[in-house]
Each structure stands twice: as C-alpha cells, then as structure tokens.
Design a protein around this ligand. Structure first.
Ligand code: ADP
Length: 249
C-alpha cells in the first residue's frame, strides 16, 4: 500500500485501565476513500478505541498516525483541527437554535467545533451559504430554520453529521450512527452515510450487521480488545473465528 493512501494507522495501540487491557496492541490501517467498520461483541473495546483515536483517552502504549504524522497523545481539539471529526452517540445540540444556526456557529469558530462560542448573527451570516450546502448534503435543507428542539431523533442525528462535515474532515469517526433507530431511520441513515462517504474516509462502529454489510468496504472485528479478523464484510461474516466470537457472547 502506498503510504499516502493510508489516512489513519495505529501500531500496537493499547489501553490498560487499572490492570485491565481494554484495547490490546491494535494495528489498524484505514485507507483513503474507504468506509471501515469496527465491530465486535460488547466489551470488545470499540468505544475505547474510538476514544483513543479522537484523543479523549491517552494510550498506555502504541502510536496513532494520521496522514503520516504521529498524533499520539494529542488533545481532542487538536485532533479535530487536524481533520478527524467525530460524531457522537449522545446528542450535543441546543434546542433553541435552528439547524442553520448550529452549522453557522460550527463554521464560524476557529476549530470548527466551537459552536458553543456564540458569535453575532451578522458575522455568522457569511457562513449561511456553506451551512445550507451542508444541511442539503444530509437532506435537511428544508428544516434549516426550525429549532432543533422540535426535531425527531433521526433529524438530530442528521444535523450532527452535518456538524461533523463542517470541519471538512479527512476522516470521519461515526460512533454507532444508527443506535436507537427504527428500521426506517436506519435505512435513511445508511443512504445518508453512503452519500457523505463519497470521496471521504469513514470509520464507524455499529452493532447492526445490516448497516455494516451495506456500508463497509473493510471490517475489523475486535474481541477482548484485540483484532480478531480484518477483511471485507463477506470475508469476516463467514470466518469461523467471528462466528464463534458472536455465539460465545
Ligand atoms: P465496546 O465499546 O466494544 O462495548 P468498551 O471499549 O466500552 O467496549 O469496553 C471495553 C472494556 O473496557 C470493557 O470490559 C469495559 O468494562 C472496560 N472499560 C471501558 N472503559 C473503562 C474505564 N474507564 N475503566 C475501566 N474499564 C473500562
């Protein structure tokens, strides 16, 4: 693999919590333009790995490289600024702001994630065009001027995806993008992620194998913190080790 084709690479990435190894010497390689799923039984270390990649946890050992640069131990804000955007499972939106205002605030803050810092409407007006493009990308342009507090769950998740896109990220980390959704919202979200993944690199965690099979070019299966298998969805789906890992849950 040409090194420039690798957006993210970890070497021996390890996280130990008081003697318990939650992430165990993980070597991960995420190629540019691919959608890469992280799966595994409960407790496999997926969330911890995501927290390491986005800087919310510091590794006990091992390294993380982004675009060939060592980013091990960087703060979450720095990592976001470098172009790794994480969309959260837990909603972080403000009920009284419209969808457009959320995007304008995100676009108008130096790190792209500081929409907590209020800016004057006038200064933010110059971001309206880009805000509307991003909302259009997630299918929410017609809801732009509604307060987010009125949105259904799936609509809030779409706004959160647009906020992650506002960073113009080289890598998107999506933490259980379909968690808590009914079948219809799941299918809508699959279509949405497929759309935003065009020309982008995405790593996501999801328990729903229909979602993984529909979206992922590559799948890494974790078990007890370590990589059990890596491959295409069909390769991992039929791997006896994976079947045993899930049946043993
Ligand atoms: P997953 O997301 O795959 O379900 P997690 O990364 O949440 O797995 O957890 C992996 C393991 O690490 C679990 O056994 C969990 O109990 C443990 N763990 C996670 N965070 C902590 C923590 N802050 N302190 C101690 N143990 C933790």
């Amino acid at each position: 693999v040409d090194a420039t084709d690798v957006v993210l690479r970890t070497h021996g990435l390890t996280k130990v919590f008081r003697g318990f190894t939650a992430v165990d010497a993980v070597d991960l390689e995420v190629r540019r333009g691919t959608v890469h799923a992280l799966v595994g039984p409960n407790g496999a270390g997926k969330t911890t790995l995501f927290n390491l990649l986005s800087g919310f946890l510091k590794p006990t050992s091992g390294t993380i490289e982004h675009e060939g640069r060592d980013i091990t131990g960087r703060q979450p804000e720095e990592i976001a600024h470098l172009g790794i955007a994480r969309s959260f499972q837990i909603t972080s939106l403000f009920d009284k702001l419209t969808a457009r205002q959320h995007l304008e605030l995100a676009l108008g803050s130096p790190t792209g994630i500081g929409y907590r810092f209020w800016r004057s409407e006038k200064r933010l007006a110059r971001f309206e065009g880009r805000a509307m493009e991003l909302l259009d990308e997630v299918g929410m342009a017609d809801q732009a001027n509604r307060e987010v507090g009125h949105f259904a769950y799936g609509q809030k998740r779409a706004v959160e995806l647009a906020l992650a896109l506002a960073l113009d990220p080289s890598l998107m980390l999506l933490d259980e993008p379909t968690a808590g959704m009914g079948v219809e919202d799941v299918d809508r979200t699959i279509a949405l992620i497929a759309r935003i993944a065009r020309g982008r690199t995405v790593v996501f965690v999801d328990h729903n194998m229909h979602v993984v099979g529909s979206l992922a070019d590559r799948v890494t299966v974790l078990q007890q913190g370590a990589v059990l298998v890596e491959g295409s969805y069909d390769e991992v789906r039929t791997d006896p080790k994976v079947i045993t890992a899930y049946l043993g849950q």
